[in-house]
Write a protein that binds this ligand. Structure first.
Ligand code: 13P
Length: 229
């Protein structure tokens, strides 16, 4: 689509050069599905372009560059995993952006009995509001935009947080977007359950795993350190 936009206005040789350079830059995509999809995208609506030889050239250049299937690849490059037991009493991190705080507070009040069985930790303002609404102990980090998301991320990496309920705002950019992304990323790295809205948070809390010890898979950092020595 990108390649063919305004293609009608371009002279044939210019088209060739432009498409070839774009095609080359896409070719480095490491996943075979990306390359084959691109081949398809580039060839969609290719009719207006001439000569026909150009199309053949592009299609051959964009044909899948790797044949390795996803199943043959390592699950995550260079990472081995180990099992860790999560205790029945979970350490739950709670976070909400300003426009979502009312949803988190209402949800937490509705789920108060279940939340009371676990340890609660939150970013600064969210924590203060939760404590007031629930009358339960909530450990508060500093406020999110001042580094609270990063503090929670560090706790996840240290395996001191077992679950994240983060009602992030899908409509507003945040000044600390990189911190938010980092928090969500590290939660994925350490394979902890994450809920991003009321519905997913209800699903998490209604899981039988909430109130029992269970195993989950985490990166095997100890073995990595041993092998590195
Ligand atoms: O900004 C936040 C998360 O990204 C939330 O921070 P507060 O709980 O301090 O408002």
């Amino acid at each position: 689509m990108v390649v063919n936009d305004n293609a009608g206005n371009l002279m044939p040789r210019g088209v060739l050069k432009l498409i070839a350079s774009k095609a080359r830059s896409y070719q480095v995509h490491p996943l075979s599905v990306g390359a084959s999809l691109l081949a398809m995208v580039v060839n969609d609506n290719a009719g207006p372009l001439t000569p026909r030889g150009v199309l053949k050239l592009i299609a051959s250049r964009l044909a899948p560059v790797r044949c390795m299937s996803f199943l043959e690849q390592q699950p995550m490059i260079g990472i081995s995993f180990t099992q860790k037991t999560l205790a029945a009493r979970k350490r739950i991190a709670l976070v909400a952006h300003d426009h979502c705080k009312v949803f988190l507070l209402d949800w937490a009040e509705r789920q108060k009995d279940k939340l009371a069985r676990h340890e609660l930790v939150a970013t600064g303002t969210t924590g203060l509001l939760l404590q007031q609404r629930l009358d339960l102990p909530v450990e508060s980090m500093i406020s999110g935009p001042l580094g609270g998301d990063q503090q929670l991320g560090a706790r996840i990496a240290e395996q001191r947080v077992d679950m994240l309920v983060f009602f992030w705002d899908p409509f507003e950019p945040q000044p600390h977007d990189p911190d938010i992304k980092a928090l969500l990323r590290v939660a994925a790295v350490w394979n902890i359950p994450v809920a991003c809205n009321e519905c997913s948070a209800d699903y998490l809390l209604s899981s039988p795993l909430m109130d029992q010890a269970h195993e989950h898979r985490i990166p095997d950092y100890a073995t990595y350190l041993q092998n590195r020595a």
